[in-house]
Design a protein around this ligand. Sequence first.
Ligand SMILES: [Zn+2]
Length: 119
Amino acid sequence: MKSVNIKGRKYKVIWTDEIGGNSSIAGRTKMVLKEILLTEDKDMFEETCLTIIHELMHAHLYECGLVEESVDESMVSWFHVNFFSILNSFLDIVKSRYKDNEADLKNVQHTLNRFIKGK
Ligand SMILES: [Zn+2]
């Protein structure tokens, strides 16, 4: 079992064969219990990645105090579907802007690491 830090809260990440007695559910986040349950189908790595993003979105919204939004499946689904596309566009812009200057690139790397670590 692993845990992840979500806005200062420790969420257990639990890999399981089945969630709530339903083998077709790929993930569930229990915000009050601070648990993220995930099923794994090794033949569906892409689906698993999208499910992880989806469940993290639920938890992040909740921990930011956006309780109603945290259970809005259409918004959370929109985010997991678009997450990597947004990230790719972001990186394209940053790389094209700061590609020629090593000091700028180090600053970009430092800033991105801070964003990723949430500090
Ligand atoms: Zn969901």
